[in-house]
Each structure stands twice: as C-alpha cells, then as structure tokens.
Design a protein. Structure first.
Lengths: 114, 115
C-alpha cells in the first residue's frame, strides 16, 4: 500500500459526459501528479500540482482540467469525453515535487467511455 | 526533448535465469533515472533509482541497475528470476533541469517467467 488513494476504482460512462477523478496523496506530501496509461500512448504525464499551485503541465487536453485543494487532495476533471479517453488514470505524490524524489502511485482509476 | 527507449516489449525467461531489461535515454545532461514495476491491476512501485553518486544501484527484490553515461543506458538486471517477478517494468527519467518532478516513461517491458 503506497498511501495514495484514488476514487473511484472503476468508472463507466458515455461519450460527451463529464467525470471527476479524485486523489488523496500520502500524508505529508505536497505534490500531486496525474498520469494517463493507455495501450496506444503508454504512460503519459498530464499535470503536476504543488501545494495548491500548478507546477508543470504535460500532454493534457484542453477538455481536461485539474486542481489541488487546501487539504492537498486533487481532482482531475475530464469533460466532453471521447472513446479515446478510455484509459487508466494514475495519481502519484511526493513531498517536495523535485525530480529526484520517488513518486508513490495510487492504484488508479480505470475509465471506460462507451 | 527527453525520451526513453525500452528494447523489447516482451521478455521471457526461465525461472532461475538471468533477467536483463534494457533502457536507453536521450538527454544532453544526465537525468534522474528510475525503474518502476507494475503488477496486474495495481499501481506502479519503485524498484530503484539513480540520482547521483554510485552508478550501480541496488533495489528491492534483488534487482539492480547500472547507469552508464557513455552509453546513455540504465539496464535492469536480476541474477535469478523468480515466478513472482512476472510483471510489467517501466524505465523512466526525470530531467535534471526540470522545475517540477514529472516522469517520462518508456513503453514498458512485460516480463514472463517460465517454470
């Protein structure tokens, strides 16, 4: 158990819908990362937050947005969903957000868009 | 741009045999390097990492990797495979100059262990 929790575990929805994925980092960690894992794209970095502020952005679509709240949990919002958004979405956390730290991954949310 | 190449999307070994998973990175400056393992229906777990210092890094479950700057490689090895090693393995880099800590992953290598 990494100490990072993600809800829900599974999500099935229809094209055009909007969903929210939730992540709680390890106790004491200030930085949260979101990744998407799909068969065709592999593991891709989406976005990083540190103590409520956006720190780095990757290949995140404009239909996707994220935020980190004062209690440090984070939410990833996916809207106008398309079939291609079906993937496993991971959240990871670290203490300071530096590149040399180990990232602790949650179990992921599996999203299926029908 | 930084990139990571893992040679072989699938590697199969016999139990007790040497495990060698290859990883090459592209970077003008040595990055931080990581190997993560993903068991079925689970998140990623760190096996080992190289940041600075000794180039031979030992990790969990008997795995080790050697950072070779001249070859831009960070291959993962284990002397004797165990059935429980069957999983997907990801090599990743975090650019040294990175203001954040994002990881750039290779495509992954699925390791099968035959009895």
């Amino acid at each position: 158990d990494s100490g990072v929790t993600q809800t829900p575990k599974h999500l099935i929805t229809a094209t055009g819908q909007r969903v929210t994925l939730r992540c709680s980092p390890r106790s004491g960690d200030l930085s949260v990362y979101w990744y998407q894992q799909s068969l065709d794209q592999g593991l891709q970095f989406l976005i990083q937050y540190y103590n409520g502020e956006e720190r780095a952005k990757g290949n995140i679509l404009e239909r996707f947005s994220a935020q980190q709240f004062p209690d440090l949990h984070s939410e990833l919002n996916l809207s106008s969903l398309e079939l291609g958004d079906s993937a496993l979405y991971f959240c990871a956390s670290t203490n300071s957000g530096s590149g040399r730290e180990t990232q602790y991954f949650g179990p992921g949310t599996r999203l299926l868009v029908l | 741009a930084q990139s990571v190449t893992q040679l072989g999307s699938h590697v199969s070994v016999s139990e007790g045999a040497l495990v060698l998973l290859r990883c090459n990175y592209s970077s003008s400056v040595p990055p931080y390097l990581f190997w993560y393992v993903q068991y079925p229906n689970q998140g990623l777990q760190l096996l080992l990492k190289y940041t600075t210092g000794a180039t031979l890094v030992k990790g969990i479950n008997g795995f080790e990797a050697e950072f070779k700057k001249s070859e831009t490689s960070f291959h993962l090895t284990k002397p004797s495979a165990h059935m429980s090693d069957a999983a997907e393995y990801f090599c990743a880099v975090s650019p040294y100059y990175n203001q954040g800590g994002k990881l750039i992953f290779g495509q992954g290598t699925e390791l099968s262990v035959k009895p």
